[in-house]
Design a protein. Structure first.
Length: 299
C-alpha cells in the first residue's frame, strides 16, 4: 500500500502548502526560512542571462560527471557527441545552444551559440559551429513538444550500456519513481542522426508527455521545463541504468529484484516529478560549481 499518512506541510507564508513542492521541505514556523522555488522574471534580459548561466553550469557538471571525453561534440567521434538546447523566450524563433567544440569542463556563457530556425549560428551569440546531429534531434523534439523548454542528450557510459538491450528501466528504487509513467524507449538505431526524419522518430518515441527516453544502442535523452530539470533527470536516469546493470549482474546468482508496486510508484512520482522539485534537485550542483570555479562559467 502507499503511505496513508499525509506529510506534515510546512508553513509557507501564504503559498499553497498542499502542493507537491511545498510538502517536500520544512522551514521555519514563520515561513522566513524556506526552500526557494524557480525564480520568476519580469525583465526578459535578466531571464536570458539566468538561462545562459544554468545552461553553462549543466555542461560543466556533465564534465565533472565524466560524460565528456576529450572535446565535447566532436562529430568525428560519435561516442563523444553531447548536445543540450534550451529555448530563448525573448527571441522564440531561436534556440540557445551550448557550443559543442569546447570541453564541457571549460564551457562558459560567452561560448553559448544562439541558433536560427535553420540550425545556423545567429549573430546574437558566440560565432561558433554547432553539432549537426544535435540540431536534427532537438529541433524535432521542440517542434513536437512545445510544453518543454530544454532537452539533454549525451552518451554516458551506463546509459549506453543499458541502451543496448532496448528495454526500459524498472522502478526498483525510490529515486526511480521519477520515471514512473514518464519514460520511453526508442527501440531502433538508425545510425548517426544526420537527417530530419530520424529526429522526428525520436520525438515520436517520447510521445506527448514523457520526459525521459532511452535511445537503443545510442544513449539517453531527457526533457525539462528548465535546463536544470533536464539535467537532474539525465543524471538520475544514468544512475538508474547503472542500478539496472548491477541488478542484472546480481540476478545471475539467483537473486530476484523487488519492483516497486504501482500504487507506491504513483504516490512517489506525484512528488518527485513536480518540476519545482526536479529544478530544485540541481541547485546544490549549481551552487557547488559557482564555489569551485569562483563563477568562471558565468563569464
Amino acid at each position: 500500500m502507499s503511505p496513508s499518512a499525509e506529510p506534515v506541510s510546512p508553513k509557507t507564508n501564504g503559498l499553497d502548502s498542499n502542493d507537491a513542492f511545498n510538502k517536500m521541505w520544512r522551514g521555519s514556523k514563520d515561513g522566513f526560512i524556506r526552500l526557494q522555488p524557480m525564480p520568476k522574471f519580469e525583465d526578459p534580459y535578466a531571464e536570458r542571462e539566468w538561462i545562459k548561466a544554468h545552461l553553462a553550469a549543466v555542461f560543466r557538471y556533465w564534465g565533472k560527471m565524466g560524460y565528456a571525453d576529450g572535446n565535447a561534440g566532436h562529430i568525428t567521434d560519435e561516442s563523444h557527441q553531447r548536445s543540450l538546447f534550451v529555448h530563448d523566450r525573448r527571441q522564440p524563433e531561436y534556440s540557445a545552444l551550448g557550443c559543442l567544440l569546447a570541453p564541457n569542463v571549460y564551457l562558459k556563457t560567452s561560448k553559448l551559440v544562439l541558433v536560427d530556425p535553420n540550425g545556423r549560428p545567429s549573430p546574437y551569440g558566440a560565432q561558433l559551429p554547432i553539432n549537426n546531429a544535435g540540431f536534427f534531434i532537438h529541433s524535432a523534439i521542440h517542434e513536437a513538444r512545445p510544453d518543454i523548454k530544454a532537452a539533454a542528450h549525451c552518451h554516458s557510459v551506463h546509459g549506453k550500456a543499458w541502451s543496448v538491450f532496448g528495454k526500459p528501466i524498472e522502478i526498483t528504487t525510490q529515486d526511480a519513481c521519477v520515471f514512473y509513467d514518464n519514460h520511453s524507449v526508442y527501440d531502433n538505431f538508425g545510425g548517426v542522426v544526420l537527417a530530419t526524419e530520424e529526429g522526428k522518430n525520436i520525438a515520436r518515441a517520447l510521445g506527448p508527455k514523457n520526459k525521459t527516453c532511452i535511445l537503443q544502442n545510442h544513449g539517453l535523452l531527457t526533457l525539462g521545463n528548465t535546463v536544470d530539470e533536464a539535467a537532474h533527470l539525465f543524471t538520475a536516469l544514468d544512475k538508474q541504468c547503472h542500478v539496472m546493470l548491477l541488478t542484472a549482474a546480481a540476478s545471475s546468482s539467483g537473486l530476484k529484484p523487488n519492483v516497486i508496486g504501482k500504487e507506491e510508484a504513483e504516490y512517489s512520482a506525484k512528488f518527485l516529478q513536480e518540476p519545482e522539485i526536479t529544478y530544485s534537485n540541481f541547485q546544490p550542483e549549481f551552487d557547488l560549481l559557482v564555489e569551485e570555479t569562483n563563477g568562471a562559467f558565468l563569464k
